[in-house]
Design a protein around this ligand. Structure first.
Ligand SMILES: *Cc1c(COP(=O)(O)O)cnc(C)c1O
Length: 234
């Protein structure tokens, strides 16, 4: 058994156990392997262990790996910030984009999504920790962006995503995730069919599960530490 297979099993067991602890159905929680900074062979190990969905943050790094893995059946998620000059490749090569922060980006992805592919699955990124982080829109901007995204036929709005400011305690982590949960509920009440809460990473997956996460983005706990300097590949 490879280390990655062992790690994956351990993460899956954690998800299963926390789900039961918080009265959740374990099968309602999707595991996305965040593979930025990890090489294609590690992705192959994870594939062998049954992992099908992978998340990448840097376009060029992702395209290089996709070329190496072109014969594999992989669901690719773009989980980094989206610059508008990158939308064409993201619309062409990915199944999901998690960090939608503007209508302009959404519109570009919509217009550039190739006809032969199904709609691109998207999440709107919300900033739930205003004072300390800057990625994501404000909560008061959410409704209008959600409405606008829902009108774009080549995108399918599936839910919300957040990366909260780092907090030291479990209860503080829960407070941040709970904000995203409430925002999702408010949209659902208004009729948006949202099934995805993309929240929780290696260090806070328990708090995310407790607050209703349906998609965990886990890197380090599956692959180990990332290679340094990969972020310069942007
Ligand atoms: C890197 C990354 C992750 C995974 O983080 P780990 O701490 O390694 O689990 C999740 N989400 C996003 C957006 C990331 O950039």
């Amino acid at each position: 058994m490879t280390n990655i297979e062992k790690n994956l099993q351990a993460v899956q067991k954690q998800i299963h156990d926390y789900a039961l602890q918080y009265q959740r159905d374990p099968s309602s929680i999707k595991l996305l392997a965040a593979s930025k900074g990890q090489d294609a062979n590690k992705i192959k190990d994870a594939l062998q262990a049954g992992q099908k969905s992978f998340g990448e943050n840097y376009l060029q790094e992702a395209l290089d790996k996709m070329a190496l893995l072109k014969d594999e059946k992989i669901e690719w998620h773009f989980i980094g910030p989206i610059q508008n000059n990158k939308t064409k490749h993201i619309a062409t090569h990915f199944d999901w984009a998690h960090c939608i922060e503007s209508l302009k980006t959404a519109q570009r992805l919509n217009d550039q999504r190739p006809e032969h592919l199904p709609p691109l699955m998207i999440c709107i990124q919300v900033n739930v920790s205003e004072e300390t982080t800057k990625s994501g829109i404000h909560d008061y901007e959410l409704l209008s962006l959600a409405e606008a995204c829902s009108d774009l036929p080549r995108l399918k709005l599936r839910g919300l995503m957040t990366i909260p400011a780092p907090k030291n305690t479990f209860s503080e982590q829960r407070i941040e995730f709970h904000k995203l949960f409430l925002l999702q509920q408010q949209l659902i009440v208004k009729g948006f069919p949202l099934d995805i809460l993309s929240m929780g990473m290696s260090h806070d997956l328990d708090a995310a599960i407790a607050e209703g996460s349906t998609l965990l983005r886990i890197g380090t706990a599956i692959f180990g530490e990332r290679e340094k300097n990969k972020k310069n590949l942007k």
